[in-house]
Ligand binder design. Structure first.
Ligand SMILES: CC(=O)SCCNC(=O)CCNC(=O)[C@H](O)C(C)(C)COP(=O)(O)OP(=O)(O)OC[C@H]1O[C@@H](n2cnc3c(N)ncnc32)[C@H](O)[C@@H]1OP(=O)(O)O
Ligand SMILES: CC(=O)C(=O)O
Length: 525
């Protein structure tokens, strides 16, 4: 099986993405993760650029990497000066990185207008820079910046730049679609042309400005490229680089090419999510292969078929890339979705009951509920409709009071009165806001009877206006995400009053926790 080398530039080109800024510690953590994933090369940064990138190359030498080679990136020497005194080449050599990637100009316009030098001097800049790093024992790869635009403008000169790099000892020349504007058939045609002219390995580096970076990278591989450069989750300059996640999965699963290490593919989802966390970016739910929704089934016809045979609506088995299948409940569900989601209750495929649950879901969603992210509230709804629900406590009243004078921060106090067994409990708590205060007062009332509630944490709270045409009388939907030591769950409340919506979501969260623990206890006893 042909092997394709994966060259990750998340730490360099990825950090050129808007909103991305890795600390030194982040870069080292990502290096370890990329090595665990099994990428062949990790481009760690641009040592000339800033002290952090310089320090990275010192610190990374202490990391015991199993597979990946670390690579330092920089440009060709400055015009009209020798390589020995060039600050960029010095920084590259001083980085001690075993592999150096040098970027140079390929497009005649860029040479003349941006570098303000002659075409001949640019060829010398490429050749000298690579030969110099090679003479000091480094493997050198050559990033041919703007290759596809350069080839369009002046194919002869573009090829000359590649030949200069090859002659100087580059192990790979990488054809860059720097502006991301090239179409797949053009990529294919030009990579084929280069492979006929060049004996060293050819690589591809695509940007995503036309949403074609994955298609272009795959086209390049089909035309003879044996290295793909890109970033995890496609982060990078402007619209980003090619997303290596999709490239890796497609090369292996669709084209049967060898990438990374044995067993790497199943680590793809975890690695992708890790990068989002470290980069402090929102996960892309619809991201192919690894997104939370990549194998989530919502339409009733889909969930019905997937329960019978997952191939009906899945192009691969999600576990191949470390992802999982999910079935979502909503107003678009059919009875079979409800059946799948209620299997733990042994409801004996009771079709009238399934229809009753489905009708309730549809009525509530029509009223502003959304059960996709509130599976715990759905679980309680099933219990209620199936006659399996007994409330853990009865609300008699709650009150929230906020005091704010111009000299002080607002102070929030909540009072809760509930009936529990044969007692009436009346508690009060202060909080950072109304939900926090209500939560505090309710837990105070419940903790002595249910000490397990001390494990419960509210980790996320979201509010959306449901029918915003109604102005301030609009309904709001509150979703709360809660967690204990072993689980995460979502609950929902909808009301015209934000405090009431929050209360409903809060009570669902507590009740779900109590039911869940009781059911787990029953299983172990
Ligand atoms: C396609 C890519 O993504 S390439 C990587 C792009 N990444 C970055 O630019 C991030 C890191 N960059 C930096 O930290 C800085 O731009 C540095 C350190 C590289 C250069 O900083 P400065 O010396 O202040 O130059 P500045 O950024 O203003 O301009 C770029 C200079 O590089 C020159 N240059 C650009 N490409 C090349 C090249 N391939 N070879 C030689 N010189 C080049 C330009 O002509 C310009 O030179 P000038 O200062 O003589 O006009
Ligand atoms: C080298 C590089 O990052 C580019 O051409 O896009």
């Amino acid at each position: 099986m042909k092997r394709i080398a994966i060259y990750d530039t998340t730490l360099r080109d990825g950090s050129q993405g808007e909103g991305v800024n890795f600390s030194l510690e982040d870069k080292l953590l990502l290096t370890k993760k990329l090595d665990e994933l099994g990428v062949d090369y990790i481009e760690g940064g641009y040592p000339l650029s800033n002290p952090k990138d310089h320090e990275y190359f010192v610190a990374v030498q202490q990391l015991p990497l199993k597979h990946s080679k670390v690579c330092a990136f920089g440009m060709t020497r400055r015009k009209n000066s020798p390589p020995e005194t060039d600050t960029c080449l010095k920084a590259l050599i001083d980085s001690q990185a075993p592999v150096i990637c040098i970027v140079g100009k390929t497009w005649d316009m860029q040479v003349q207008q941006i570098l303000s030098t002659s075409l001949e001097e640019n060829l010398k800049m490429i050749e000298d820079s690579i030969a110099y790093c090679r003479s000091l024992g480094r493997e050198v790869m050559y990033d041919a910046e703007h290759f596809f635009d350069g080839y369009k403008a002046n194919p002869e000169y573009a090829l000359k730049t590649l030949k200069a790099a090859e002659k100087a000892g580059a192990s790979v020349v990488i054809l860059c679609d720097t502006n991301g504007g090239t179409m797949p058939e053009v990529i294919s045609e030009r990579v084929t042309a280069v492979c006929k002219e060049i004996k060293c390995q050819v690589g591809i580096h695509c940007h995503n400005d036309c949403e074609l970076a994955v298609a272009n990278s795959l086209a390049a591989v089909r035309a003879g490229a044996s290295q793909v450069q890109g970033t995890m989750n496609g982060i990078g300059e402007r619209c980003g680089n090619v997303d290596l996640v999709s490239v890796i999965a497609n090369l292996n699963l669709k084209y049967g090419l060898e990438v990374l290490q044995p067993g790497s593919l199943a680590k793809l989802t975890e690695a992708s999510r890790y990068v989002y966390e470290i980069a402090n970016l929102n996960h892309r739910n619809g991201q192919p292969f690894v997104g939370q929704s990549a194998f989530a089934h919502k339409g009733g016809m889909h969930t019905h078929a997937v329960a019978l045979n997952p191939v009906s609506y899945e192009h691969i088995d999600p576990t191949q890339v470390g992802n999982e299948r999910r079935v979502l409940v909503s107003e678009l569900s059919g009875r079979s979705t409800i059946l799948t989601k209620t299997q733990k209750y042994d409801l004996h495929n009771d079709k009238p009951l399934m229809s009753k649950i489905l009708n309730q879901v549809q009525d509530l969603e029509n009223d502003g509920y959304e059960f996709e992210a509130a599976e715990a509230s759905f679980d309680l709804l099933v219990k209620k409709v199936a006659g399996l629900y007994k409330p853990w406590f009865d609300l008699i009243a709650y009150r929230v009071n906020i005091e704010h004078d111009k000299n002080n921060k607002p102070i929030t106090e909540a009072t809760v009165k509930i009936g529990l067994a044969d007692k009436i409990l009346h508690t009060v708590a202060e909080g950072d806001g109304p939900v926090n205060a209500l939560d505090g007062a309710l837990r105070k009332a419940l903790l002595s009877s249910f000490p397990q509630l001390s494990e419960l944490q509210l980790v996320d709270y979201k509010v959306r206006v449901v029918n915003n045409r109604a102005g301030t009388a609009a309904k709001v939907r509150v979703t709360i995400e809660s967690r204990d030591q072993g689980d995460v769950w979502g609950t929902i409340g909808v009301s015209e009053n934000i405090i009431e919506a929050s209360w409903l979501a809060l009570v669902d969260s507590i009740e779900y926790k109590l039911f869940k623990d009781k059911e787990a206890g029953a299983k172990t006893n």
